[in-house]
Design a protein around this ligand. Structure first.
Ligand code: ADP
Ligand code: MG
Length: 224
């Protein structure tokens, strides 16, 4: 399988982030202003305009709450946590959404390694990857989670049956605001990288033999 490493240096480019934020916030603002001016002029398609404005505001809400996460002072709250325990929580959280799309989240192989980590941050990583996998699959299917151990390393695979990632965009993944989705923020993988970096962990993207992609986390096992 072909492997790509997400380079993490590009995500800390503050300028790129600032430009992106300005862009992502200015567009909805311009649109809201326009509709308010129409309403002020006394048009009669009020309901439609209110809806558009609410959508635009929701977009900004999503972006700002994800950005707050990025800018949070990195006061980690690291403890020894069991990987299976965190995976269990995240599957419970995202299973309803997956079921709605006819997607089975499969997690068979149970091993019980622990890692030294900030639980809520690592859960955020799992959520981001599992959400992306779900969003990549329109026709239903299976997302497989696999945890294995190799020497002192824990390997966590998120294997989807989506369309895979076109070669020409793979280097852009993890860049702030890079998204191919209608309602994407393009912040998920950037945040993921940032968290993993603080845990001295790595993210790899693997092209599956038959269909879809595998996002693989490699992190050091905690041993007594
Ligand atoms: P968002 O999900 O908001 O688009 P992300 O940073 O999470 O932002 O992902 C960036 C882009 O990476 C996505 O828009 C998509 O094009 C691509 N991507 C991420 N995960 C997958 C996946 N499992 N399968 C296919 N494409 C993916
Ligand atoms: Mg995402």
């Amino acid at each position: 399988a072909e492997e790509m490493m997400i380079r993490s240096e590009k995500m800390s480019i503050a300028g790129q982030l600032a430009a992106g934020i300005a862009h992502e916030i200015r567009n909805p603002l311009t649109s809201i202003k326009g509709f308010l001016q129409l309403l002020q002029a006394g048009v009669n398609r009020k309901e439609e305009y209110y809806k558009i404005m609410i959508d635009e505001i929701e977009k900004m809400e999503t972006i700002t709450s994800e950005l707050l996460f990025v800018s949070k002072p990195m006061t980690d709250n690291k403890r020894v946590e069991r990987v299976d325990d965190m995976i269990h929580d995240v599957i419970a959280l995202l299973n309803p959404q997956a079921r709605l799309k006819n997607i089975d989240i499969e997690w068979k192989q149970k091993v019980y390694p622990s890692i030294y980590c900030d639980r809520s941050q690592i859960k955020q990583v799992f959520i981001n990857l599992l959400k992306n996998a779900t969003e990549a699959m329109d026709e239903g299917g299976k997302i497989e989670l696999k945890v294995h151990q190799n020497a002192a390393q824990v390997i966590i695979d998120f294997i989807d049956e989506g369309p895979g990632i076109p070669e020409e965009i793979i280097h852009k993944l993890g860049e702030p605001f890079f998204t191919t989705k209608q309602n994407g923020t393009g912040l998920g993988l950037m945040i993921t990288n940032q968290i993993l970096e603080k845990h001295e962990a790595k993210l790899e993207i693997i092209k599956n033999e038959i269909k879809g992609s595998t996002f693989r986390i490699r992190v050091k096992e905690h041993t007594e």
